[in-house]
Structure formats: structure tokens, C-alpha cells
Design a protein around this ligand. Structure first.
Ligand SMILES: Nc1ncnc2c1ncn2[C@@H]1O[C@H](COP(=O)(O)OP(=O)(O)OP(=O)(O)O)[C@@H](O)[C@H]1O
Length: 562
């Protein structure tokens, strides 16, 4: 569970430079905060630099006091370092409380729905419209001599609804996804669904909730300090700014007292905002929009495939009609032996004797080229189409990488064979393609044996889309992989569709794969198509008994598939 969340978090960070920068700056600030007592001690040497009258008043910046001293003779640098830690503490206190409360409320409201959602949403809504700062002032004035933790709790009272609102709408959208329905069908417990299906997908939103609450709290505290209602016994950035203004520090040459805390607050603001925007960027809601068009990319009519055996012909695919729409992920489901792989190899013209296509057509519409019947094109025409218009991710494809070639050379071979003009950009293109499937650029210099099964599968997926083909046919893309890696592969496939607009035909016996990934599912039984439809619809209300059996035979979510 923890590993799964960590992998999800790392994947998220890798996808946005802004997010990574924000987190690095925040990390440095946290380090400064953690070591602030030591730094303050080092600044003071033998004396406590935060003590009143430790030094002379209003010393201008000098090597002994890099930022000078204040009106009480305290070292401003030591004050700023200590105040930085206070700001981060208040941010962390309010951030954690608001996020935890917000997440719990959002899950209960979004997941339970109905009247529970009604009551919680109304309550959240009321808190959202109340003007926060005046209430905070009133609370602080009433509470008097509050501690830093108490201020954090007070601020959280007003900031958790923001987190709850953002997360609730995501819970609502996620819980209508087929894979959550699937988890319900397979009778997984609510908590199991929340932890295995919803939480990992909501991490970015939880991060946004945390960063916004922390930011609000830091500035809330500055506001309280400026009006003299801050917690006792601590020096905060707001307090330093306030005394710089009230004592006319700027005219006394003590400008660092004003400029440095403002600069640090700005930096903190920028870093938290970068985290915020970065998270939204990575989890751009536009990805949720369906890229499926009405255009047909492949039209299969009356396909029939037979295998000659010594007991006569075996019909593996019979009278199959199916249209694949541009931009969709179409799942082909069915138990072993139902004819799924035969369908794929027939379309790709990789069917070997004793197999042969005995009837039908497969009209393929590659962009910018005239339509072709895949079952009739010449070998040369097919060579041109492969990779550039039609890619294949074969079953057990991990062994299809050449073991003695570096990954970059395998990309190079495919790309240059079809698009020699891309030679100058290969150095930039290969790492970008690897990045699309969540792999580091250094993978390009590795050999297949240095990669895990899941990494090899992702390399192949990246090669498949390198030339931005119209259609990728993936046969059992997750079989033989660990459950966690399966999830990564499925996410990468969904990302490739979102980023490249590629159409995917995903063949899998595992209905769980279809539930998580595809838009439409076509169910095969004994060589025939028995049901085709929107995946949600098929899961909710399967028309064919066989489909119902397939759905019910799925192992429970969270339990390792055997
Ligand atoms: N080389 C072959 N010779 C004879 N019959 C074959 C051959 N290959 C496949 N078949 C038969 O064709 C039918 C469909 O097989 P196919 O491999 O396409 O099914 P599948 O749904 O892809 O199964 P799996 O998921 O196990 O690959 C089966 O009845 C199978 O026995």
C-alpha cells in the first residue's frame, strides 16, 4: 500500500518540472527549518542572538551581523531563520489538519452520496462563504495568548472545506468509473476500494489541498502578527515585517529586516504555488475528456479464420464485424481459446499456417493515406504501414527486444527505417518517448537484460508509438506482470492515448484490465462476438450470460490474481 502510494507520488513528480522545482525549494526550506536551532546557535557564537539586548541596537549589516540588528539589539539573520521555521510549522500543522479532515469529509460525502453527501456538502458550503480572516481575528482575540499549535487548529477550522470541496468532486468522478463499479461487483469492502482504487488516484488533489491550506495558514499567521494577535513566545516573519514598518527600520538603514522576510515569504508562496500548479498540470482535467471521434479507423467485416488440423478445419474466428473508432481504447475480451489472438494476428497479417483467413475484410484508414484492406495489401505496402500506421505489442512481448542491442538503437532502427528525416532529433526524441511511459532517459543506454519485465514492456510501448501510428494492437499487455506493475502499464497506455491520440485495441482475458482502461469492450466467445458496448454499460448490465460470467470470475480487487 505505502509502496503503491510512493510510486504514484514519484510518477506524478516526474511529469512536471514545475512541481519538481517547487518541491526542491520547499525541501530546502524545510531543511533550514529543521536545522534552525543549530543555525541560530552558530550565528550567536557564545550568546543567544535572539535575546533582547544581545547586541547593540540598529547595527547595519556587517560581516558580524549579515542582516544587522533590530531595535532590541537582536540579530536579524537569526530572527529570520527562526521565523522561517515558525512559518513552516504553522503551514504543516494547518496543512495536515485541513487535509486529513478534508479528505475524510470528502470521502464520506463523495463515496456514500445521498443524504450524507447533502448534509456534508451544505455544511462545507456554508463554511466556504464565511469571511475567514475577520473570524480568525475574533477567535484569536478571544482566545488570547494562544500557542502556535492552537493558531494552527483555528486556521484549519476555516481551511479544511477547500480541501474537502476539491477532493469530493474527484471522488464523485472516480466512483462512477467502471473499475470502481467492478470492485463493487466483486464485493470488495468499501475501505479496500478507497485504499486500493481511489486514494492513489486522488494523491494529486490531496497534494493541492495540502499546499493551499499550508499557504493560507502561513499568510493567515502573518496577518495575525501584523495586527498583534499572533501566538506568544515565537518570532514569525509577519512580526519582523510589522516591527520593521512600525519602527521605521527602512529609514534607519535596516532594510534587510523588511526585504528579507518579504523575499522569503514570496519564495515560499512561489514554491507552494508551483507545487499546486504542477499537480494540477500533471493531473490536467483535460485528460479526462474523451478523445474518441466518430471517425472509423478500422472496419472489420465478416472476418473468418480457420486452422487446418488433422481432424478437419477449426474455425477460430467466425463472421466477425467490428468498427474501431479513431482515438478510442477498444477492449477485446474473452476466455482463453475464444479467438482473440487469432483476430489480432490475422489483422496484422502475422497468421501462420495452418491458420488462414477464409473470408472477410479489414478496411484500415491511416491518416493522410488512402484506405487499405489489411487482409489484402501487398507485403511491401504492409512493411510501410507497420510501426508508422499500425503497431503491434505482442503477447509476452518482453522477449521481443533484441538482447544484444542497447534500447536507443532499437528505437533508432524502427524510427529511421520509416522516418529517416528524424535522425537529427533522435537524441531528444528517444528520452521524450521514454519519459512518456515513465522511464528515465538513462534507460536508452541500457541493454534489455538490465531492465525489469515491466520496464521492457514500457520500452516496447514507447517504440510502438514512436512514429505516432493510427492504431496499436496490444495483446495481453499486462499478463505475467506483478499487480503493481500492471497498474503502471495500464496508466501508461491511457497516457499514450491522451498524449498521442493513438487508437488502441487491447486484447485481454482479464475483465479487470478492460474495467480500468478501455472505452468500449467487445466480448468474444468461441470465435464470435457476443457483445460490444460502452464498458460502463457492459459492466452494469451485461446482455450476454457469458459476459456476466466473465465479470463475476474476476479475482477480488486488492487480491493478487493467480
Ligand atoms: N496453430 C493452431 N492450430 C490449430 N488450432 C489453433 C491454432 N492456434 C489457435 N487455434 C485454435 O483457435 C482457437 C482460438 O485461439 P486463440 O489463440 O486465438 O484464442 P485466444 O482467445 O487468443 O486464447 P489465448 O488467450 O489463450 O491466446 C482455439 O480454439 C485454438 O485451439
Amino acid at each position: 500500500m505505502a509502496m503503491r502510494l510512493l510510486t504514484a507520488a514519484l510518477r506524478t513528480v516526474r511529469r512536471s518540472r514545475r512541481l519538481a522545482t517547487g518541491l526542491i525549494v520547499l525541501g530546502l526550506m524545510v531543511l533550514l527549518a529543521v536545522f534552525s536551532p543549530l543555525i541560530v546557535k552558530a550565528i550567536g557564537g557564545g550568546t543567544d542572538p535572539l535575546e533582547v539586548a544581545a547586541y547593540e541596537k540598529w547595527l547595519v549589516p556587517s560581516p558580524g551581523h549579515l542582516l544587522g540588528t533590530d531595535q532590541y539589539g537582536r540579530d536579524v539573520l537569526a530572527m529570520v531563520v527562526s521565523a522561517m521555521s515558525v512559518s513552516l510549522q504553522i503551514g504543516a500543522i494547518a496543512g495536515v489538519i485541513s487535509t486529513v479532515v478534508g479528505v475524510i469529509v470528502a470521502f464520506v460525502a463523495g463515496y456514500k452520496g445521498g443524504w450524507v453527501d447533502g448534509i456534508l456538502s451544505t455544511f462545507t458550503g456554508i463554511l466556504l462563504v464565511i469571511p475567514t480572516f475577520p473570524l480568525l481575528i475574533a477567535l484569536s482575540a478571544y482566545a488570547k495568548d494562544v500557542s502556535l499549535f492552537q493558531v494552527g487548529v483555528m486556521i484549519s477550522i476555516f481551511s479544511w472545506p477547500f480541501a474537502a470541496k476539491t477532493i469530493r468532486s474527484q471522488v464523485l468522478s472516480l466512483r462512477s468509473r467502471p473499475y470502481v463499479d467492478l470492485a463493487r461487483v466483486t464485493k470488495a469492502r468499501d475501505l479496500e476500494i478507497i485504499f486500493t482504487e481511489l486514494l492513489p488516484n486522488l494523491l494529486p488533489f490531496i497534494g493541492v489541498g495540502f499546499a493551499s491550506s499550508a499557504l493560507g495558514a502561513i499568510f493567515g499567521l502573518v496577518g495575525l502578527e501584523v495586527i498583534g494577535l499572533g501566538p506568544g513566545g515565537v518570532i514569525d516573519l509577519g512580526q519582523i515585517i510589522f516591527s520593521a514598518i512600525s519602527t521605521g527600520a527602512l529609514t534607519l538603514g535596516a532594510w534587510p529586516m523588511f526585504v528579507v522576510p518579504i523575499g522569503l515569504l514570496t519564495l515560499l508562496f512561489a514554491a507552494l504555488n508551483m507545487v499546486n500548479i504542477g499537480l494540477e498540470e500533471v493531473y490536467n482535467p483535460r485528460r479526462e475528456e474523451s478523445p474518441v471521434s466518430d471517425e472509423t479507423v478500422l472496419e472489420i467485416s465478416g472476418l473468418e479464420v480457420k486452422y487446418a488440423t488433422n481432424r478437419g478445419d477449426v474455425t477460430a474466428v467466425e463472421g466477425l464485424d467490428l468498427a474501431v473508432r479513431r482515438g478510442e481504447i477498444l477492449g477485446i475480451a474473452g476466455e482463453s481459446g475464444s479467438g482473440k489472438s487469432t483476430l489480432a494476428v490475422a489483422l496484422l497479417r502475422l497468421l501462420k499456417p495452418p491458420g488462414r483467413v477464409t473470408a472477410g475484410s479489414a478496411l484500415f484508414h491511416p491518416k493522410g493515406r488512402s484506405p487499405v484492406d489489411l487482409l489484402k495489401v501487398s507485403g511491401e505496402e504492409l512493411r510501410v504501414l507497420r510501426w508508422s500506421a499500425l503497431s503491434y505489442l505482442p503477447q509476452g512481448s518482453m522477449s521481443s527486444l533484441n538482447p544484444v542491442m542497447r534500447i536507443q538503437d532499437q528505437f533508432r532502427d524502427v524510427i529511421l527505417e520509416h522516418a529517416p528525416d528524424r535522425k537529427p532529433v533522435l537524441g531528444e526524441l528517444i528520452p521524450r518517448l521514454l519519459g512518456q511511459v515513465g522511464l528515465e532517459p538513462r534507460v536508452a543506454r541500457m541493454y534489455p537484460h538490465e531492465l525489469s519485465g515491466g520496464m521492457k514492456q514500457r520500452v516496447l510501448m514507447a517504440i510502438c508509438v514512436a512514429l505516432e501510428p493510427d492504431l496499436v494492437i496490444a495483446d495481453e499487455p499486462t499478463t505475467a506482470l506483478d499487480v503493481t506493475i500492471q497498474r503502471v502499464i495500464l496508466q501508461s497506455l491511457a497516457d499514450l492515448r491522451a498524449d498521442f491520440g493513438v487508437t488502441l485495441m487491447v486484447i485481454s482475458h482479464d475483465m479487470g484490465v478492460h474495467a480500468q482502461l478501455v472505452d468500449r469492450v467487445a466480448v468474444m466467445y468461441d470465435g464470435r462476438l457476443v457483445e460490444v458496448g460502452d464498458v460502463r454499460q457492459v459492466f452494469k448490465d451485461p446482455r450476454h450470460d457469458y459476459t456476466r460470467e466473465l465479470i463475476e470470475s474476476i479475482p477480488r480487487v486488492g487480491r493478487r490474481a493467480s
